[in-house]
Design a protein around this ligand. Structure first.
Ligand code: HEC
Length: 168
């Protein structure tokens, strides 16, 4: 727990230092949101731990339980940071290929993590900056802060009536 608090407070400092982001001002296109959903469910397999809807109910019984992203209060910059750098010691992988190879993750390197005894699971795939941006577009539009899944939100999530929406 202490580790997580340290990490998140460091994260706030980074976000403040970075200043406001204007990228989200116009709102992402539907195509970008769909691209982000594909990365979430397929390439990066976020759903293994976070569930397809981000509710924290893992899809893969072998995976650790992820956070419930539907109640997350992280903003765009914070989401991007967590996706790229992971949460060392909390089973959240880092998806930036170069994380912990230079100073991009709060100045910490793999050697620092080893020294602190903090481990990170391997990601299903590493992601380009652009892919992380699409993930953030998708998460902010359909998952983060969206609360409990309903049938209506489910149809909106998939962009069509899919069988899984009958559960709601
Ligand atoms: C191997 C399991 C696993 C995978 C795969 C995974 N996560 Fe996580 N994630 C976690 C865990 C565990 C936590 C932290 C849970 C806690 O301690 O609260 C977490 C936390 C997070 C958080 C912080 C939420 C908050 O409000 O503090 C975000 C955002 C997140 N994950 C997004 C993603 C995204 C996006 C992907 C795919 C690119 C992904 N995760 C893949 C396990 C995973």
């Amino acid at each position: 727990m202490t580790t997580r608090i340290l990490w998140i407070s460091g994260l706030a400092a980074v976000v403040l230092a970075g200043g406001p982001s204007f990228a989200a001002a116009q709102g992402p296109s539907d195509a970008n949101i769909r691209a982000g959903r594909r990365i979430y469910t397929q390439k990066a397999d976020c759903q293994a731990c976070h569930g397809w809807s981000g509710d924290g109910v893992r899809m893969d019984p072998q995976s650790p339980d992820g956070a419930n992203l539907r109640v997350s209060t992280l903003d765009r910059d914070q989401l991007i940071f967590v996706i790229k750098c992971g949460l060392p010691g909390r089973d959240m992988p880092a998806f930036d290929r170069l994380s912990y190879s230079d100073d991009r993750c709060l100045g910490r390197t793999q050697a620092d993590l080893d020294r602190m005894g903090l481990r990170l699971p391997d990601p299903a795939a590493t992601l380009q900056n652009r892919e992380v941006e699409r993930l953030a577009d998708f998460l902010l539009a359909k998952v983060v802060g969206q609360g409990e899944m309903t049938r209506e939100k489910c149809v909106d999530f998939w962009g069509e009536e899919v069988d899984v929406c009958n559960e709601f």
